[in-house]
Design a protein around this ligand. Sequence first.
Ligand SMILES: Nc1ncnc2c1ncn2[C@@H]1O[C@H](COP(=O)(O)OP(=O)(O)O)[C@@H](O)[C@H]1O
Ligand SMILES: [Mg+2]
Length: 332
Amino acid sequence: MENLIYEIVTKYFAAENIESVKVFNGRAIITLCNVPEDDAKANGMKAEIAGVEGVKKVNVVYTAEKKVAPLQEGPEKWQLAGVKKIIGVASGKGGVGKSTTAVNLALALANLGLKTALFDADIYGPSIPTMLGYEGVPPISFDGQSFQPFDYINIASMSIGSLIDRSQPLIWRGSKACGALEQLLTETNWGEIDVMVIDMPPGTGDIQLTLSQRLTLDGVIIVSTPQDIALIDAVKGVNMFKRVDVPILGIVENMSYYVCEKCGTRADIFGHAGAQETAKDLGVDFLGEIPLHLSIRQNADNGTPIVMAEPESPHTKAYEAIAAKIKSKLGL
Ligand SMILES: Nc1ncnc2c1ncn2[C@@H]1O[C@H](COP(=O)(O)OP(=O)(O)O)[C@@H](O)[C@H]1O
Ligand SMILES: [Mg+2]
């Protein structure tokens, strides 16, 4: 129901003005920010939401002074020599398996014969070095002017985590983080790359907006668990990328279901097919589902992602099927 109401709200207000949508006992509470109170639009929206089955009352709460990043007009693009296509892997919130998905999809794209790069832009929780099993500062080129990407199996990789101390909490201002990302992206000798996968920070803040505007993103994949709350965040993500004209390649449902290794019984721990339904509602493609599985987690934590460690496993096949869809959508 919250998804449905959120959709209605987006017809009246831009995603950045929607703080939250909650329903308690039939009472829908819509929190808006940076919009004038008693707006006629809000009244039209309230009437429409009141018509949703199960809604008894609608409250609109206004909050002020939430900084909204201004959309820049045609900002100067960052140039990445030799990189043909760039895709982002995004999620509405953290912990849904964005990095696990990014790393395994990058390896699956490489298995399809594409020269692949993986860039970790998650300034809040960079995890690609751990997942790929590399450490330390990036190598410097012979002339000392640029970075060499880490070479892991068959992908070129670079992480913002290599420049920051991961044991320290990161309190960067947006501009400083963007400057570091720009430097790392544009001053790395990527070589000839067919597709670069970017593990984006979770959510829909300044960094995501800057990456979407400064890079020519050929598409973005949204990772979500089947839970309602994660899906609402996923919808926000979809709307943000639509707003900056980045094509949505589709939604991946992660931790979709669990199969007991002992008895083979399947359990839908977080519900099931929620992402598939949301994708349909939003008019974006559903790319596939990845189960919750111990070996996916263990391999990610050990620096041996499952696509590499267990090439014949059904999970690897699931990632490869998604990678094949992405490859064809990118025209590669
Ligand atoms: N399909 C999955 N099955 C089992 N564990 C998973 C799966 N996807 C992610 N995980 C685990 O969940 C945790 C969070 O995943 P991660 O990719 O780091 O999320 P995010 O990048 O969205 O914060 C990690 O410990 C990871 O190993
Ligand atoms: Mg992550």
